[in-house]
Design a protein around this ligand. Structure first.
Ligand code: UD1
Ligand code: CA
Length: 453
């Protein structure tokens, strides 16, 4: 059966106290809403509708192409949000309704939930959980004898007895398309908040003698929604824990998983060791047998196997097999480092290609360069790539030696096997195998500082 999903994401999220719409707050590297979209996609939803309202433009900008938006200009409740999507809903489809602020419901749980809905042949099914402290949630009302679902009561409308019920509504539902389309026009605003409650659809369907189901999950952690920054941090913690668990089960060593931050889509090979404080961000792939040292930040980068990274920052770059980076190195976007290269302390590389077996062991700036194999870049070398208006390229061949404290003023080319003397400021091309010296000669003033005796 065709599956459609409606994701509710129009609310303001007042309690976040933020200029950013709630669903755009990030956990594990991507917005809350995008996690929900990923999970829906994983259970085979073909048609994704996102109801947007507050910050509609910025929310729409973050959405993947496959998601369609529906505008709920004025937020009159969760029922009203679905009413806004009505003309896009297919009566023949299974319709999954999800909250954009509840990113922890896994694809496996959604799958089981959909199965319960289909097996029971229900018109509607709600996902519930039991909480020690159910404060703030809608409560599940069951028939005392048969235990079957009677409806959902919002906390603000509940009697003290109803408030003592610990089974709560997660805000996730499955509907038969036709049943949902038939019942939505029957919703009213007859409640304390004067909103159209989506939750009322269940008791209304029941009144029409249609079967409604409830699927109660054991792991209450999954239904947690984000309403405050405190909950945001809790959800973040749960995500990180899940992600780290997965990597450790796949053969990655973490010295302290509580203090290791890996975004949701990162791939890491086995026998790689990660020290505390490492942040490995979206789009990164790390090979096997790597060592990622404390406080390193790696973002959107491809790290081949056997690489050692110590206390360094790497963004949108590639590092070849067996290379060592750091401590305190900075690889900026567009850096492509070869195999067995050494990039040492306080070396910054930007938009440069460095060939296999080359070295820059300390204190250098390498920008807009193409460096061949087995090149030595001495201490304090600066690739002078910017003339105040434009950036220029430096090209260095294979087996070149650049002495310490040289300046290479781009555009400039240095041939294979050339040698640049320490302290030179190179402004002209150096032919292969040549020695370039570009500095004033030393003169010694004899006895210049001799003391009178
Ligand atoms: C809702 C449920 C409650 C459930 C809880 C689970 C209703 C009436 N209540 O309450 O039973 O226990 O979720 O977290 O449904 N939204 C819109 N448009 C609106 C209102 C809300 O898109 O007009 C979106 C919000 O952005 C949010 C989601 O719907 O993503 C839930 O809204 P929220 O106001 O947080 O509902 P709760 O009061 O928490
Ligand atoms: Ca909520």
């Amino acid at each position: 059966m065709k599956k459609q999903a409606v994701i509710l994401a129009a609310g303001e999220g007042t309690r976040m106290k933020s200029a950013l719409p709630k669903v755009l707050h990030r956990v594990a590297g991507i917005p809350l809403l995008n996690h929900v979209i990923n999970h829906a996609t994983q259970v085979g939803v073909e048609d994704l509708l996102v109801v947007v309202g507050h910050g509609a433009e910025s929310v729409s900008r973050e959405l993947p192409e496959k998601a369609k938006t529906v505008l709920q200009a004025e937020q009159k409740g969760t029922g009203h949000a679905v009413i806004c999507a009505m003309d896009q809903l297919d009566p023949e489809a299974l319709i999954l309704i999800l909250s954009g602020d509840a990113p922890l419901i896994s694809a496996e749980t959604l799958e089981k939930f959909i199965e319960t809905h289909e097996k029971g042949n229900y018109a509607a099914t709600v996902l519930s959980a039991r909480l020690e402290d159910p404060t703030g949630y809608g409560r599940i009302l069951r028939n005392e004898e048969t235990c079957s679902l009677m409806g959902i009561i919002e906390e603000k409308d509940a009697t003290p007895w109803q408030k003592s019920i610990q089974e709560i509504n997660s805000g996730t539902y499955c509907f038969k398309g036709k049943a949902l389309l038939d019942v939505l026009p029957k919703l009213s605003q007859d409640n304390v908040q004067q909103e159209y409650y989506l939750t009322d659809t269940l008791s209304l369907l029941k009144k029409d003698d249609l079967a409604v189901g409830v699927c109660c999950i054991d792991n209450a952690e999954e239904i947690m929604a984000v309403n405050t920054r405190v909950q945001l941090a809790q959800v973040e913690g749960i995500f990180r824990k899940r992600i780290n668990h997965r990597h450790m089960m796949n053969g990655v060593t973490m010295l302290n998983p509580q203090n290791t931050y890996i975004d949701h889509d990162v791939v890491i090979g086995k026998d790689t060791v990660i020290e505390p404080g490492a942040m490995i961000e979206c789009g990164t792939i790390i090979g096997e047998n790597c060592h990622i040292g404390q406080n390193s930040r790696i973002s959107d980068s491809f790290i081949e196997s056997g690489v050692t990274i110590t206390n360094s920052t790497i963004t949108s770059s590639r590092v070849g097999e067996g290379t060592t980076i750091g401590p305190y190195a900075y690889l900026r976007p567009g850096s492509c480092i070869g195999k067995r290269v050494r990039i040492g302390d306080f070396v910054e590389v930007k938009n440069s290609i460095i060939g296999d077996d080359s070295r820059s062991a300390h204190l250098a700036y390498i920008g807009d360069a193409k460096i061949g194999k087995n090149v030595n870049v001495g201490c304090g070398v600066v690739f002078v790539n910017y003339d105040g208006k434009e950036k220029h390229q430096t090209t260095i061949g294979n087996n070149v030696f650049i002495g310490s404290n040289a300046n290479l003023v781009a555009p400039v080319t240095i041939g294979d096997h050339a040698f640049v003397a320490a302290g030179s400021t190179i402004t002209e091309d150096v032919p292969p195998e040549a020695l370039a010296i570009a500095r004033s000669r030393q003169s010694n003033k004899e006895e210049w500082n001799k003391e009178e005796q």
